[in-house]
Design a protein around this ligand. Structure first.
Ligand code: TNX
Length: 536
């Protein structure tokens, strides 16, 4: 018997075995598809479940793409191309030359043509083939969000600022994605503790990873005034000179503020500045005696009580003050909203409150901006057209807000017992407060912003926002600890269709962020509700 004849049965057996495996695999894929029964999402199980917020639809194609050392980048948007190149060059060590507006696509191509109309202003389509990656969008914001998804499909080490070994492999397939809500915000309180431009830009970079598109800055409160106002210089110089606990405080110049606005814009994030009124105004009242009804300036305040201060509603100077402050802020702010606060005005009578809020709303409108305020502004009647009211309470009903919503006011959802990033995770959490409850990941994720408040329908909801009040928050490490991992939970509620909502699937996707935060040096809370990959 020749050697080849002897090996023939072996070959046949091998062939049959391989055929068997192929058939089984195909059957498995079909069954997975049938059992999930959800159209394009059926192949999602074959895509690694690592993306937060969950995309609208994913279809795996069974191939993989590995970034070669000689890869090139092309982008129709210079800023977003440069952003991606910066991250990839740092961690891969590859040259990754970037061409802006090239006619033929690079290995990774960001293109403003050919995206399906369904992606809208912020969505994108991402296609990973064996040879490259194509992100298509209608607008640059969509390219930026597609880039975030691509980064989350790559190994977590891609977020490292230093060169890592790779390989840089991505599962092949197509993702089609766009947001459920147009407003996906995060708020930082600069008043209780002061934060520098660099600290806020760091937070902006972290928020951008989760497709947050509004940055709300709480710029004034009882304990500090944080933005220079040329017509009222003592506000910043004196009113900004301390903070909770009596530290030195600080303030931003107008150039500082503009730098943050521009930096946020480079991450497709719109700044919403807040001047909280008529309560939460001790720093302003301390800076200018004539703003007080009795003409006497109170002392600066470094405690954490709320509800003791009020602008003087009957004083004409109050409205000159508001007009000049909001006028300067409006001129510095390209975004559509000025946030006028309006919360916890317990030292202002109900009728004074209504008078004051009504006048301030007109001032905002006169400066060409739309009103945003805490939901209490609805107690003063329906705000002007284009307004947004931000729900912050722990109830599920707010009748005046529902009435305003029925009259056209949009609602931003920040229920304190789910969305407040300054609540403790559990009783052992050193930072934070407990008045709205303890909020671990499951509580942060377990609610539906579009179906939460009695009498407020999904179409009346503009979106979500995670406020981070800073009575107990002092450093960037503190910010990280309170925002991560809860902020991504809120970001997913704001972006992903409710049909993708699943605590178990979310927990797995969230766990996949651990190695990214580790690579970036984000000081996140290792919630015991999540199984974090070893070493993260
Ligand atoms: C309530 S909720 C506040 C803030 C505090 C926060 C602390 C709201 C609109 N106002 O003044 O900083 O609680 O959690």
């Amino acid at each position: 018997m020749s050697r080849s004849a002897a090996s023939r049965p072996v070959l046949r057996r091998l062939f049959l075995r391989r055929l068997f495996v192929v058939v089984l695999t195909a059957l498995g894929l079909v069954c997975a598809g049938l059992s999930s029964g959800a159209g394009p999402a059926t192949a999602a199980s074959a895509f690694p479940d690592t993306v937060v917020p969950a995309p609208v639809s994913e279809t795996a194609n069974g191939t993989t793409f590995t970034l070669p050392a000689g890869a090139t980048l092309t982008s129709d948007d210079a800023g977003t191309g440069g952003y991606l190149a910066g991250i990839l060059r740092a961690s891969t060590g590859y040259a990754l030359p970037l061409t802006v507006g090239a006619t033929s696509p690079g290995t990774i191509a960001l293109s403003l043509s050919g995206a399906p109309a369904t992606v809208g202003a912020e969505g994108y389509q991402l296609t990973v083939s064996r040879t490259g990656v194509l992100i298509q969008a209608q607008q640059a914001a969509g390219l930026f969000h597609g880039v975030q998804t691509l980064l989350q499909l790559l190994p977590g080490a891609v977020m490292s600022p230093t060169v890592q070994p790779g390989p840089w492999t991505v599962a092949g397939g197509t993702i089609l994605d766009y947001p459920r809500f147009g407003y996906r915000g995060a708020m930082l309180d600069l008043a209780r503790h002061f934060f520098t431009v660099a600290q806020v830009e760091r937070y902006v970079d972290e928020l951008a990873l989760y497709k947050i598109n509004y940055l709300h800055l709480h710029l004034s409160d009882d304990q500090g005034w944080r933005i220079a106002i040329n017509s009222w210089p003592n506000l910043a110089v004196y009113g900004g000179s301390t903070e909770v606990g009596g530290g030195p405080g600080g303030y931003w110049t107008q150039a500082d503020y503009s730098a943050v606005v521009a930096y946020a814009a480079s991450r497709f994030m719109t700044v919403v500045p807040e001047i909280d009124m008529p309560g939460h105004t001790n720093a302003a009242l301390a800076s200018y005696a004539p703003l007080n009804c009795n003409g006497v300036a109170p002392s600066l305040y470094t405690g954490t009580n709320v509800g003791f201060s009020s602008l003087c509603v009957s004083l004409p100077l109050t409205y000159t003050f508001v007009d000049q402050v909001l006028g300067e802020l409006a001129a510095l702010t390209p975004g559509p909203y000025l946030h006028i606060g309006g919360d916890e005005a317990s030292s202002t009578s109900a009728s004074d409150y209504a008078t004051f809020i009504g006048k301030v709303e007109q001032i905002v409108t006169a400066h060409g901006k739309s009103v945003m305020g805490w939901h209490n502004i609805a107690d003063a009647g329906t705000p002007p057209a284009g307004a947004q009211a931000q729900f912050w309470d722990t109830t599920t009903s707010a009748p005046n807000l529902a009435a305003a919503a029925a009259n056209g006011t949009k609602v931003v959802m920040s229920p304190a017992n789910h969305a407040y990033l300054d609540m403790k995770y559990n009783h052992r959490t050193k930072l934070g407060q407990t008045w709205a409850g303890l909020i671990d990941v499951n509580t942060a994720y377990g609610w539906d912003p579009g179906n939460y408040l009695t009498g407020v329908t999904g179409s009346e909801v503009a979106g979500v926002e995670g406020p981070l009040w800073t009575e107990t928050i002092v450093t960037s490490a503190d910010i990280d600890y309170m925002a991560f991992p809860r902020l991504p939970a809120l970001a997913e509620l704001g972006w992903s269709p409710w049909s993708t909502h699943s605590q178990t699937a979310f927990d797995a996707r969230l766990g996949a962020q651990g190695p990214r935060w580790k690579a970036m040096g984000v000081n996140y809370y290792h919630s015991t509700q999540i199984s974090w990959p070893a070493g993260s």
